[in-house]
Design a binder for this molecule. Sequence first.
Ligand code: PLP
Length: 462
Amino acid sequence: LEKTSVAAPPESQNFHWHGFTQMADFQNIVIDHAEGCWLTTTSGQRLFDGVASLWCNVHGHRHPKMDDAIRTQLDRVSHITTLGMSADITERLAERLAEVTPGDLKHVFFSSDGSSAVEAALKMALQYWHLKHSTTTPASEPSSTTSSTSTSKTRYLALSSAYHGDTTGAVSLGGIKYFHQLFAPIVFTPVRGPLPCSYRLPDGVRCDDACDFYAGKIESLLKQHHTELAAVVMEPLVQGAAGMITHPPGLLARVRELCDQCDVLLIVDEVATGFGRTGRMFACDHEGVTPDILCMGKGITGGYLPMAATIARPHVFEAFLGKSSERKQFYHGHTFGGNPLAAAAAMASLDLFRETNLTATIDAKSRFLRGCLAPLADHPHVGDVRGRGLMVGIELVADRESKTPFDSDQLIGRKVCERATELGVWIRPLGDVIVLMPPLVASDDELRFLAKTVTQAIEEVL
Ligand code: PLP
């Protein structure tokens, strides 16, 4: 690996507390700079960015067009509020997002991270039903008369092992035990749907019947709870943090139909899947689905600056319209939502998508990467290689036949990723699922290097 001479950082004193990280045995990797799909540490090691800087880098690091767009905006204004005004670039971005998102999704509410985009969606859905079911409060009445909700539709249906972020509402939806059980006193309880896993199907369910089976489960929950449900919230096609769990094809479209039949909103969380990751601009595009509300984040700015958004269809937005005295406005707003620098990055990223026709290249790249990973198919501890587009999970198991997981204390996934890092690829596991989420511009040579290195790391550890 090419080395460059960069001064080593001082011994860590844990001034920086890292998320989801046991700080007592943490070996930090400090990045000095990056270019394309490669990171260079302060000690000079070059690492391939195998998880696209936590699933968000699209066009590679330091892309000249991305950097220029941010610099140009810096010369105009770096931040102003969106409460009562906004930057020209933010206005233009909202319109572009309406163009690239599915169907008639149109009205963009900006925030700064994926979790906040989900929070906004939850509150939007709840206030939507409140507004639909309440009679207008006359201006003469005190505002306190409108403060409690007038609808019974105040709950959400979320899938098992769901992950929608780390803020309180998002954690409430979450179904990953360690992420939410501790926080039970401050979270709400959703109606819990199934985990529509294609790899571990329940006894007696064949692959071809999986969509019907899981749709049936969701249908019975919707029939039972629709009067109290504001929305179904789901990650489309692939549940990322659950371990790249792939849903049976067609499930998303079935859930859309069921939501329509039961008069429940559909909120789709495309924070991880959005912006080309699965081979379409949005995962919903694979199944021709337009949710009522769609959440996006991560890749929105090409992975350059924090930004997220919640986009709603006209019928949702229009429920919030009225006279000021009716107090129908959306009671939510973020200081940095729609930040102009981030908006400039997002516009440049969308320009690059258009100029390079990037989304159309993903299916071929995905096939190429899967081809490079093919030798793993015979490995006795590789249970499944799955995902969509450039969103890939390799599940390592103790026993391939019975699909029995390793004992979690063995930290197999972590050991494989640590070895891959020594070999020049930065990846981060989800338990014993090895996640490959390279920047979408990764070349065939880079994808081959990624696959070869990860295969070697798995073979050396197992
Ligand atoms: N939703 C999904 C599907 C995600 O994968 C994530 C993050 O991984 C989030 C929401 C939360 O996004 P953020 O970390 O930007 O808050």
